[in-house]
Design a protein around this ligand. Structure first.
Ligand SMILES: [Zn+2]
Length: 442
């Protein structure tokens, strides 16, 4: 179905579910207030007559929790019908909880399986699932999605890393869902583990998710080379809405939206809040509305994820827009009034200095809440090969000049010897605080 047709169908579905939502959720009855009588959902653009839902709104709604309604004011299903609680990671504040009824679990499994299928997972795959916490959005729901396809689920998350990489060889794992950081880590170690266990690699497919970076050609090339494969697909979702909604097809050029039966997605200008058309090259924030969700539904939820629309047509035949995630509002830095995403700095440096620096680098903030910079932003980069101090300094000055001319942002670069920066097995924090405490790490 053409995407315009999908959006018309979604609008008619939302028109049907909104009145019931206002009866079921006291949070949305209050948030939508007097608008609830007047809204006519003729097309998806009519959603713009409703206010956004922010994460802070959900936090406040949750503070009204009680014994009957442990999920607070936005618990839209009776406790007896709720079969599962999901928790946000809680890295940026107290965790938020979301609830699922049996139907919600079905919806999650089906939508997530759809993403995994788009990303190339099939019944005969043996899949390593590395998320160690069943309660988070990437835990049990991801596992359910793999089983839904009929793949062999190997839930290795929670074991020490050494055991995970050996078990992947022993179980003849063919596919892996990993953060970009873990995929890079594995690519560096994979050859050694093969020699040690004497078992040839059967790993053919890597699905990336949880952090941006897999869209970078140089990072992709390193992972492909280290693991000896070419099937590398990015995926993305949001625990507050549905944990996996976007997946890359065989064209491997941006993620398709795969949850259209259950969730509507809008692209909006983050500053004005105005909806933007899905046009090639457009950028904006992703905003989600649940079409089917019993327990903790969201309407016009601002994801704070910023996307670049890579394409609106695809050789694979899917009609949904294709995107890359270019960063999160939470991560945005401001240098003398210029907005810049840390990922934009990293991507530029990796692209222009590919053979001379490692993709692992860090931006250093003075304190956790620093967003504005009046002086150059400190950037620590690793050289790809050993070199002397003069060469390191020269490279640093070159990087500074390139970032300044391309992004209009001043950085103060230190180039460090190879393998100096710490490597995480989950996510490498791109932005850290001066005292060494990583921001946004799990
Ligand atoms: Zn496609």
């Amino acid at each position: 179905m053409a995407w315009s047709g999908v959006e018309r169908w979604q609008a008619s579905q939302i028109a049907d579910v909104l009145p019931a939502l206002w009866r079921r959720s006291s949070f949305y009855a209050r948030l939508h207030g007097d608008r609830s009588g007047a809204i006519a959902m003729r097309s998806l653009s009519d959603l713009a007559t409703l206010p956004f839902t922010l994460k802070d709104d959900l936090r406040v709604a949750q503070q009204a929790a009680s014994a009957d309604a442990p999920f607070g004011e936005n618990q839209a299903a009776p406790l007896a019908d709720i079969v599962q609680a999901i928790s946000s990671s809680g890295t940026t504040g107290p965790p938020l909880y979301y609830a699922l009824t049996a139907r919600d679990v079905e919806v999650f499994s089906d939508a997530i399986a759809n993403v995994w299928f788009t990303a190339g997972i099939r019944r005969d795959d043996v899949v390593a699932h590395l998320v160690g916490l069943p309660m988070v959005a990437g835990g049990l729901p991801y596992a359910d999605g793999f089983r839904r396809i009929g793949a062999t689920l190997c839930w290795l998350g929670g074991f020490p890393t050494e055991r995970i990489v050996r078990d992947m060889r022993r179980l003849r794992v063919t596919a892996l869902l990993a953060t970009t950081s873990f995929a890079q880590y594995l690519a560096e170690r994979w050859g050694d583990i093969g020699r040690e266990t004497g078992i040839a690699s059967t790993l053919r497919k890597v699905l990336g998710g949880g952090e941006p970076g897999l869209g970078q050609p140089d990072i992709r090339a390193r992972i492909e080379h280290g693991l000896g494969l070419t099937h590398l697909r990015e995926t993305m979702g949001l625990g507050d809405v549905l944990p996996s909604m976007w997946g890359e097809c065989e064209v491997q050029d941006g993620m398709h939206f795969n949850a259209q039966r259950y969730v509507a997605v809008e692209l909006v200008d983050p500053a004005s809040g105005q909806p933007l058309p899905w046009a090639d090259g457009a950028t904006g924030e992703l905003v989600y509305t649940a079409i089917v969700r019993d327990a903790t539904p969201v309407v016009r939820y601002r994801s704070r994820d910023h996307a670049l629309v890579v394409g609106t047509r695809c050789a694979c035949g899917r009609t949904s827009p294709r995107i890359r995630c270019i960063g999160r509002t939470d991560d945005m830095l401001i240098f003398k009034g210029m907005n810049v995403f840390p990922t934009a700095i990293r991507d530029l440096v990796v692209a222009r200095f590919a053979s001379r620096v490692d993709p692992v680098m860090r931006i250093v903030k003075e304190h956790k809440d620093q967003v504005r910079f009046d002086d150059a932003i400190a950037l620590e980069v690793e050289a790809a090969q050993p070199c002397d101090t003069t060469e390191l300094d020269a490279l640093a000055r070159e990087i500074e000049a390139e970032v300044r001319s391309q992004l209009q942002v001043r950085v103060a670069v230190s180039v460090l010897p190879p393998q100096t920066l710490p490597r995480g097995t989950y996510k490498n924090a791109l932005v850290v605080v001066r005292d060494g405490a990583a921001k946004g790490s799990p």
